[in-house]
Design a binder for this molecule. Structure first.
Ligand SMILES: NC(=O)c1ccc[n+]([C@@H]2O[C@H](COP(=O)([O-])OP(=O)(O)OC[C@H]3O[C@@H](n4cnc5c(N)ncnc54)[C@H](OP(=O)(O)O)[C@@H]3O)[C@@H](O)[C@H]2O)c1
Length: 271
């Protein structure tokens, strides 16, 4: 498998690192990035071949991973649009740009898979939502899955529009958890804990609880109920969450993020 990454920033670095660390065999990785520092940084860490221009990096590659910022993607596609062949698999990790918008910029009928990873991919604990049009065959889907699985879990979506929901839930999701940890930390301080102690308690509770939930056969509702004794301290706190309509608040927040994702797609690259 020969893979070209267009853009050698955070997400590309995470995926490249994960690929080298995983069991999947990669014959060659080429990266295009205009930044000398980015290219040298990558070459110091892994045996990758770096280029300044995308047009040089994609030659002879089996897959092309689009890993630039959304506003840069039209420029990249203007550069490579005529050069991508029918046989090259295009994998986009670019937020909010539809497969049809990418296809419209390609001269060939190259298969395109769209993915939405999240930042824990940087430590191999990401989760990626993926969508492939029916024109993509099983081998192309499997290749994309192998690539994204090297950085964590993957889920396939049947409709491309669901990627806006994935963006709202897991793409933006790490920020919600950080916000909860911040709130828990600050609440502990208000109840008298030293700031550093409150910060460790909040963070390690999040880490322990999520690790335990991932490893457990029980679902999160059951795990929550196990901690919540009738008339106890957890129930006292849960009653306040419920009185404040916590579930409805989360619903509204995710609906707002989904809507914003749809708007950004519409404002983004025009087909
Ligand atoms: N980070 C996330 O949480 C996340 C999650 C899901 C999806 N994504 C998507 O992943 C994509 C990449 O995000 P990122 O965080 O990795 O961004 P990033 O760190 O800014 O990486 C993008 C890289 O592309 C380079 N670049 C700019 N113009 C280029 C060109 N013409 N050809 C080749 N490379 C070029 C940039 O160089 P310069 O810095 O020199 O401009 C930069 O090194 C985005 O589209 C984002 O929507 C990110």
């Amino acid at each position: 498998m020969r893979i070209a990454f267009i853009g050698g920033g955070n997400m590309a670095t995470a995926l490249i690192g994960s690929l080298f660390a995983s069991r999947h065999s990669v014959d060659r990785i080429q990266v295009a990035d205009p930044g000398l520092d980015a290219r040298q940084g990558l070459q110091k860490r892994w045996p990758v071949h770096c280029f300044e221009r995308a047009t040089d990096a994609i030659k002879g590659m089996d897959a092309i991973v689009l890993a630039v910022k959304p506003q840069v993607l039209p420029l990249v596609l203007d550069e490579i649009g005529d050069l991508v062949s029918d046989e090259q698999l295009v994998i986009s990790i670019v937020a909010g740009i539809h497969t049809s918008q990418i296809a419209a910029k390609l001269k060939s009928a190259a298969p395109i898979v769209r993915t939405m990873p999240n930042t824990p991919a940087l430590i191999g604990l990401g989760i990626t939502g993926m969508y492939a049009p029916i024109s993509c065959n099983l081998k192309q889907r499997q290749l994309t899955q192998n690539l994204m699985e090297s950085a964590g879990e993957v889920v396939w979506l049947e409709r491309e529009s669901l990627l806006d929901v994935v963006t709202a839930v897991s793409g933006s999701g790490p920020a919600y958890f950080y916000y909860l940890v911040e709130s828990l930390r600050d609440a502990g301080v208000r109840q008298g804990l030293p700031a550093d102690v409150a910060a460790r308690l909040a963070l390690y509770t999040a880490y322990g609880a999520s690790t335990m939930a991932v490893q457990s056969k029980a679902d999160v509702t059951e795990l929550r109920q196990r901690v919540t004794t009738r008339g106890g301290t957890t129930e006292a706190a849960m009653n306040i969450f419920e009185a404040g309509h916590f579930t409805e608040l989360v619903n509204s927040a995710i609906a707002a993020a989904t809507r914003r994702g749809q708007e950004l797609s519409e404002e983004g690259m025009q087909p």
